[in-house]
Design a protein around this ligand. Structure first.
Ligand SMILES: [Zn+2]
Ligand SMILES: [Zn+2]
Ligand SMILES: [Zn+2]
Ligand SMILES: [Zn+2]
Ligand SMILES: [Zn+2]
Length: 409
């Protein structure tokens, strides 16, 4: 998986103070000419667009709000000029540009040599930012190290196969303890080497949160499900990342002994196409119980599909900030969430503020709470860079959690 840091060679991903910048776009850096030459075929399109539009050099806005707007405009412009979607690293070039962390000017000459993630135009601005940056410097450093490690040796997720000891009857108290009870069935050495604890928490996070919600609402007790089939609706795309669908299926199949089938409906207006994925789990236990699972991806708003798809046992919204734009659609969608009495709705978020805002969209007299808004003990421990200026530069997925349901009809 490729990524972009302005202070890291774009080819070998090593950081350093002596990197040479691309003479044309001045945004991408290399440790030597050989690496620049290697990258040219991939880089030339975006380099032309950056050079022609040259927008970053023209930013004259005032504060973080303007700079955020400016970033979004830049992305649209690049996308338009390029005539295709930006790759992940191209996307990160405008999200994490080489600008002064204080005034957003591009003429910078000081870079933090601990995290290689922030730059300053002069020493005065560095001092001004020092206290604020100190809180995040080590976390940003960890972000970069994880990227670098995964770049050098990306784990092959699809080779993963795991189970749990039968003596464990309930989800442990936090994500680290959950990770410790996972027993890899094959390639054990490979997984020990490839995955450190932080990556594990990120990787299993979605699955653990689904099981947590099922236990909280007593759908699952002592690893037995109330039913042997389960239907999950989800309206955000977060769950798709890192190919975690297979892991979610394997987690559910092995955690819930009597579970024979899982069907997940992913509904999002951002999908490219509607499709279906089926998962066959090859272990003896799953074959014996004829475990059957699939994910159906539907393009559109949630309220357009309810009624045409089976009733859910759980509704999931990972890192769900109900966007402020499109509130008209949410006013149609929210009642559909509440169409099913007692069906738990799992909501997670990056911040408490976002979570409370999401919950406030539901009419309170109708809502009961399985879990009050709180810090999530099963949140991911992997720091992720946040490109939005004026907020924490590092965030963690599923940091806050709440589980609600409709209590009255
Ligand atoms: Zn290099
Ligand atoms: Zn360039
Ligand atoms: Zn500055
Ligand atoms: Zn730093
Ligand atoms: Zn199995």
């Amino acid at each position: 998986m490729s990524f972009f840091y302005f202070a890291v060679c774009h080819v070998c991903k090593n950081e350093g103070p002596t990197l040479k910048k691309c003479g044309k776009c001045k945004l991408v850096h290399y440790c030597n000419q050989e690496h620049q030459r290697q990258d040219w075929r991939t880089h030339k399109d975006i380099c032309r667009v950056i050079t022609e539009t040259n927008t970053l050099l023209e930013f004259s806005g005032e504060g973080p709000v303007e700079f955020n707007k400016f970033k979004i405009i830049t992305a649209v412009l690049w996308h338009f000029e390029l005539g295709r979607d930006l790759s992940v690293s191209e996307h990160e070039m405008w999200m994490f540009p080489k600008v002064c962390a204080v005034c957003y000017k591009t003429a910078v000459n000081i870079v933090c040599t601990t995290c290689w993630s922030v730059a300053y135009c002069n020493n005065k601005h560095r001092m001004l930012h020092e206290k604020q940056h100190k809180e995040f410097c080590q976390k940003l450093k960890l972000c970069l190290e994880i990227h670098q490690n995964m770049f050098n040796e990306e784990p092959e997720w699809e080779r993963m196969s795991f189970d749990f000891s039968s003596s464990v009857l309930k989800l442990p108290d936090n994500i680290c303890d959950v990770v410790k009870i996972i027993k890899f069935k094959s390639n054990i050495d490979y997984w020990r080497k490839a995955m450190n604890l932080i990556l594990m928490t990120e990787f299993f996070c979605s699955a653990v949160n689904v099981v947590y919600a099922l236990e909280m609402c007593k759908f699952v007790e002592k690893r037995l499900g109330k039913k042997n089939k389960i239907v999950i609706h989800t309206t955000t795309m977060e769950i798709c990342e890192n190919m975690s669908w297979g892991v979610l299926m394997e987690f559910l199949a092995h955690w819930i002994y009597n579970l024979k089938g899982v069907k997940i409906y992913v509904i999002s207006p951002n999908l490219n196409e509607e499709h279906r994925l089926s998962f066959t789990l090859n272990c003896d236990a799953c074959r014996k119980k004829r475990f059957n699972s699939s994910v159906v991806f539907l393009k559109g708003q949630y309220h357009e599909f309810t009624g045409t798809i089976p009733r859910p046992d759980l509704v999931v919204m990972f890192n769900a900030a109900f966007p402020d734009v499109g509130t008209v659609e949410w006013s149609e969608t929210v009642p559909k969430f509440l169409a099913y009495k007692n069906v738990p709705i799992l909501l997670t978020s990056y911040t408490m503020e976002e979570l409370k805002k999401s919950i406030s969209k539901f009419p309170s007299p109708w809502i009961k709470s399985y879990l009050k808004p709180q810090q999530n003990l099963f949140g991911s421990l992997r720091p992720v860079r946040n490109s939005e200026e004026g907020f924490d530069p590092v965030v963690y997925r599923n940091t806050f959690v709440s589980i609600i349901a409709k209590s009255k009809t």
